[in-house]
Design a binder for this molecule. Structure first.
Ligand SMILES: O=C(O)c1ccccc1N[C@@H]1O[C@H](COP(=O)(O)O)[C@@H](O)[C@H]1O
Length: 207
């Protein structure tokens, strides 16, 4: 079984980026959604990504952005993967010619199998809780709503933190996990100790 990949999202500070890399993160996320308290302007994101070493993936998160906005961020920031966390359809997601992840805001009544089929071509299906403001709410959802098999690599998110990450990995066995609130002291401000403990929790559950 491959090790569970780990993404830490909502990086706004160089020290948090460095702490995550030192702890062994696989991917770092940058939020290009202006209403979010974790928003980073493209010029700042360009500085934050420049020292990221090879094989640590740089992910740009967008919510219902105008295509021109995504293109303009791509021109300025060296991103590897796009994460669409709003109401985008598959044609929208495909148009940028980059690897992309689609988020599903999981709630009772959402058919995740049908949803995953609709986003054929995504390199991952990110499962998040249904919250106001589209995401990053630190809210766990009912994992029993996840079908036992989905046609896309599953990235589990939504309220993950040090206290529940081992159970999450053992129960769901996702391809990857994604965390923002659970490793923060305030929105957009990460905590190096929580990052290290979160990553150690994933590795423990993998072992
Ligand atoms: O982080 C945000 O502010 C954000 C805003 C809009 C959409 C998604 C956002 N973050 C993503 O939400 C999930 C869950 O985060 P949390 O760990 O529950 O805080 C995660 O994938 C973030 O990338």
């Amino acid at each position: 079984m491959p090790r569970t990949r780990i993404k830490i999202c909502g990086i706004t500070r160089a020290e948090d980026r460095d702490a995550a890399i030192a702890a062994g993160v696989d991917a770092l996320g940058f939020v290009f959604y202006p209403p979010s308290q974790r928003y980073v302007a493209p010029e700042k994101a360009a500085q934050l990504v420049s020292p990221i070493p090879a094989f640590v993936t740089r992910v740009g998160l967008f919510v219902n952005a105008e295509p021109a906005t995504v293109h303009s961020v791509l021109a300025e920031v060296a991103l590897n993967v796009l994460q669409f966390h709003g109401d985008e359809d598959a044609a929208y997601c495909r148009q940028f010619g980059r690897p992309w992840i689609k988020a599903a805001r999981v709630r009772h009544g959402l058919d995740l199998l049908e949803y995953a089929r609709a986003f054929d071509g995504a390199c991952g299906l990110l499962l998040d809780a249904f919250v106001d403001g589209y995401g990053g709410g630190g809210k766990e959802f009912d994992w029993s709503l996840i079908p036992s098999s989905l046609p896309l690599p599953v990235i589990l998110s939504g309220g993950l933190q040090v206290s529940n990450i081992q159970q999450a990995v053992r129960v769901i066995r996702p391809w990857a996990v994604d965390v923002s609130s659970g490793v923060e002291v305030a929105k957009g401000i990460k905590d190096a100790e929580k990052i290290a403990q979160f990553i150690a929790g994933v590795r423990n559950a993998d072992a």
